[in-house]
Write a protein that binds this ligand. Structure first.
Ligand code: PBG
Length: 324
């Protein structure tokens, strides 16, 4: 009988065989765990829109960071919710701001854990937009100056990596310049370079209390229909001084991650956003799929697409699974 010489199933026969030929392996080293802090004392308040996520206060964030570090996760990404919001988001660069105070607590509790800080005004402005508003429009360049101030204050507080997520043009250059001029040349920038105007940020906006009070973010975040523009955004951010570039969200944009990985030599990060996280959690809760396998498949696809770094609310769970 003339049977094909190649039988693909030979290499799938046993677990050891599958392990031997496996191309992509998810590692704890790839993970970044996002954390939310707000002013207060003794807080560990469950976030309604996001399963197993909490609002911490500066005095409780250290213990959480220590746990994250003990799981072997290399980095956390910090988001702050100030107690006072105003038109320009001035709590964002306050020395006594909630992120600034939390960084020192994390560094005390877990000195080797990398602290990445999200730099954006949307949590700090009373209108919820990522930039300052002049005559009804987001003023790009005025916003960049404030973002640079915010980034600098995070660096002064001890942040290791600054992550601007606002999508203003030129902000990486402003931030890089502020860091260089103030002797923070060793602080890395991980820019949200290709950040899309996505419906998948829904649960996060509840968690961060950052839903815009009017309009949407389509005037600064990218149109999901475009992919060439993502390459242009990434190239610009690298030219302006970004060390790591991010694609966000991850799942609907695996093609963008793949293109970016082929084209650029710096590390590529991807953000497995709140909507992706809650889609899986909700389906698992409804008994529709097995959570652990779905989670590994989901994160594995992001890695396979070309992401070197994966920011995910699943980080702690995955780390526990991977170290079993
Ligand atoms: C701030 C910011 C957002 C997210 C990260 N940083 C929200 C937004 O742009 O509206 C979303 C993260 C997530 O959904 O998990 N600009």
């Amino acid at each position: 009988m003339a049977f094909p010489k190649i039988r693909m199933r030979r290499l799938r026969r046993t677990p050891a065989m599958r392990r031997l030929v496996r191309q992509t392996t998810l590692s704890i080293d790839d993970l970044v765990y996002p954390l939310f802090v707000r002013p207060g004392e003794g807080l560990k308040v469950p976030i309604k829109s996001m399963t197993d996520c909490f609002h911490f206060s500066p005095d409780t964030i250290g213990a959480e960071a220590a746990e994250v570090a003990s799981l072997g996760i290399p980095a956390v990404l910090l988001f702050g919710l100030p107690d006072k919001k105003d038109q320009i988001g001035s709590q964002a660069w306050a020395e006594t701001g909630v992120v600034q105070r939390s960084i020192s607590q994390i560094k005390k509790a877990a000195p080797d854990l990398l602290v990445i800080t999200d730099v954006c005004l949307c949590e700090y402005t009373d209108h919820g937009h990522c930039g300052v508003i002049k005559e009804g429009k987001i003023d790009n360049d005025a916003t960049c100056e404030l973002l640079a101030k915010m980034a600098l204050s995070h660096a002064q507080a001890g942040a290791d990596i600054i992550a601007p997520s606002d999508m203003m043009d030129g902000r990486v250059k402003y931030i890089r310049q502020a860091l260089e001029e103030n002797d923070f040349q060793d602080i890395a920038i991980m820019s949200y370079a290709a950040k899309y105007a996505s419906a998948f940020y829904g649960p996060f906006r509840d968690a961060a209390e950052s839903t815009p009070s009017f309009g949407d973010r389509k005037g600064y975040q990218m149109d999901p229909a475009n992919s060439d523009q993502a390459m242009a955004e990434i190239a610009l951010d690298i030219a302006e001084g970004a060390d790591i570039v991010m694609v966000k969200p991850a799942l609907c944009f695996l093609d963008i991650i793949h293109r970016a990985k082929r084209r650029f030599d710096c590390p590529i990060a991807a953000y497995n956003v709140s909507g992706e996280y809650m889609m899986l959690n909700s389906a698992a809760q409804a008994g529709l799929l097995d959570k652990d396998s779905a989670m590994l498949e989901m994160l594995g696809s992001i890695k396979r697409a070309g992401s070197d770094i994966i920011i995910t609310y699943f980080a702690k769970e995955v780390a526990k699974l991977l170290s079993k």
